[in-house]
Design a protein around this ligand. Structure first.
Ligand code: PLP
Length: 257
């Protein structure tokens, strides 16, 4: 039986990030991908030109349709846009036993906001507590906890600050630090340092979405969190290395590598 994996996220019309990146990742990793759309963005390689969120009712209905009939072995959340949607999704996640990978998406690489500032408290108090794995980057860590990381040693402090909100595991993505791309995965007891050589490739649109979806796909296949994250990091490293030019700006990572 092929495991079912659900993404709850925004649509990227350019096909590089969001729901589109999630479904491509799931296909590449051999799981059945399903989607609850939270918002629609008009987006290309240059940035986000517009964004429209769906109603709480529309998001709940999509989720229920999928869970009640098909069932899910893992869920991934991405762009949730507003406090209302964050809280509704957190409630839905609390009802399911499936592991949840929470990518607390805040701002795109181009600086476009994908989450209202008024939603940050809901992410901290409602969404992080129901996450099996939270996957913030350093900007999201700063936004959520106030901890600013400037060196590898400070990743531990960032992890502790996120874990204080209650996710079972946190993967701090240190990719924006100079040197190798170093991430720290920890549950407060175990520590796993994941290191990958930096690729000199600016076409990295969709990296975060791809990583979180790859983790969810591996969890759905029955891997432990450290195994799932290690395999997902390998997948995203390959996808970034193969990222390609598209349009005039930042192109997407490639799922066909
Ligand atoms: N658009 C959507 C719908 C997303 O969910 C995300 C990230 O999660 C992005 C854009 C940003 O992608 P990136 O920062 O990789 O360009």
């Amino acid at each position: 039986m092929i495991p079912n994996v659900l993404t709850v996220a925004g649509s990227d019309s350019g096909g590089g990030a969001g729901i589109q990146a999630d479904l491509k990742t799931m296909l590449a990793l051999g799981v059945h991908g399903m989607s609850v759309v939270t918002a629609v963005t008009a987006q290309n390689s240059l940035g986000v030109q517009g964004a429209w969120e769906l109603s709480v009712e529309a998001v709940r209905a999509q989720y229920r349709s999928v869970v009640d009939d098909i069932g899910v072995q893992a869920v991934k959340t991405g762009m949730l846009a507003s406090a209302e949607l964050v809280e509704a999704v957190a409630e839905l996640l609390a009802e399911t036993d499936a592991p949840a990978v929470v990518d607390p998406v805040g701002v795109s690489k181009h600086g476009d906001s994908l989450l209202a500032a008024s939603a940050l408290d809901s992410v901290r108090m409602k969404l992080l507590p129901v996450a099996t794995v939270a996957t913030p980057n350093l900007d999201e860590v700063a936004q959520l906890t106030g901890v600013r990381v400037e060196s590898e040693e400070q990743l531990r402090r960032a992890a502790a600050a996120v874990l204080a909100y209650g996710p079972r595991w946190v993967l701090i993505k240190g990719g924006h630090l100079p040197g190798d791309a170093v991430d720290l995965l920890t549950d407060g007891t175990e520590e796993h340092w994941l290191r990958a050589p930096r690729h000199d490739n600016r076409h990295t649109h969709g990296t975060g979405c791809t990583l979180a979806s790859a983790i969810a796909s591996q969890l759905a296949k029955g891997r432990s969190v450290p195994e799932a994250v290690t395999a997902a990091k390998e997948y995203v490293t390959g996808a970034v290395a193969a990222g390609f030019a598209l349009g005039e700006g930042i192109g997407p990572v490639d799922h066909g590598w």
